[in-house]
Design a protein around this ligand. Structure first.
Ligand code: ADP
Ligand code: ADP
Ligand code: ZN
Length: 214
């Protein structure tokens, strides 16, 4: 299965992608995670992306399209994947179609997590992640069962993203509405777009998604 998850920053794409990857044996392909890894490694690509990411803008289409095209060719993607955070512009969506065509692949589902912007600032500002296994948490909505200890791996180190602050979130939401929201129409015009209520609680959203995916 090849799936695209759409929705603004904080909509729950990463949270749901991690659950679906376990349930359906898919690989989560998050361009945000890949770009953060490039920034952390200090590669040329990371240097190019760093300041744009810090300001809440979007890095160039060519750069992310190149990253995804290489990633999809790797063996672990053969069993299917979930695109999380890509495509983010109409040119990226078009490039994805061409890329998949060239690789004799096609998308099975495009699902949008529908949410209110107003709630996204609180979601993003409360977000943190296990430094060992990458499991996502929230100060209020998804706390570890035992404070300070990761439910999944027992790790005790957690990290917060540099761009998860109120000011940057506002520009990220703006980028979303200007550059990313038109993608919904792109997929709707192809008859491919489905939507779920992303304001429901986390388990409920997973239930809505599995009802669509089967
Ligand atoms: P995205 O990948 O779309 O930016 P995340 O999956 O990282 O979003 O979710 C953002 C934050 O909100 C995380 O801290 C996560 O635990 C929390 N979260 C995700 N889905 C929900 C939900 N349905 N209700 C409440 N909080 C949520
Ligand atoms: P979120 O879902 O919380 O907005 P991501 O982790 O998906 O965050 O992305 C973090 C940042 O990485 C974005 O604000 C943007 O600068 C960059 N980025 C990620 N994916 C893309 C993409 N497909 N195109 C352009 N920029 C991207
Ligand atoms: Zn962990």
């Amino acid at each position: 299965m090849k799936l695209v998850l759409l929705g603004p920053p904080g909509a729950g794409k990463g949270t749901q992608a991690k659950r679906l990857q376990d349930k359906y044996g898919l690989v989560q392909l998050s361009t945000g995670d890949m770009l953060r890894a490039e920034v952390a490694s200090g590669s040329d690509l990371g240097k190019e992306a760093k300041s744009v990411m810090e300001s809440g803008g979007l890095v160039s289409d060519e750069l992310v399209i190149g990253i995804i095209s290489d990633r999809v060719d790797q063996d672990d993607c053969k069993g299917g994947f979930i695109l999380d955070g890509f495509p983010r512009t109409v040119p990226q969506a078009e490039a994805l179609d061409t890329m998949l065509d060239d690789k004799d692949m096609n998308l099975d589902n495009v699902v949008e997590l529908k949410v209110n912007d107003d709630a996204m600032v609180e979601r993003i500002c409360g977000r943190f992640t296990c430094a060992d296994c990458g499991k996502g948490y929230h100060d209020k909505f998804e706390k570890p069962a035992k404070e300070g200890v990761c439910d999944k791996c027992g790790g005790t180190e957690f990290s917060r993203r540099a761009d998860d602050n109120e000011e940057t979130v506002r520009s990220r939401l703006e980028s979303y509405h200007k550059q990313t929201a038109p993608i919904s129409n792109y997929y709707a015009a192809k008859g491919m777009l489905k939507g779920v209520d992303g304001m429901a609680d986390i388990d409920d959203v997973t239930g809505q998604l599995t009802a669509i995916l089967g």
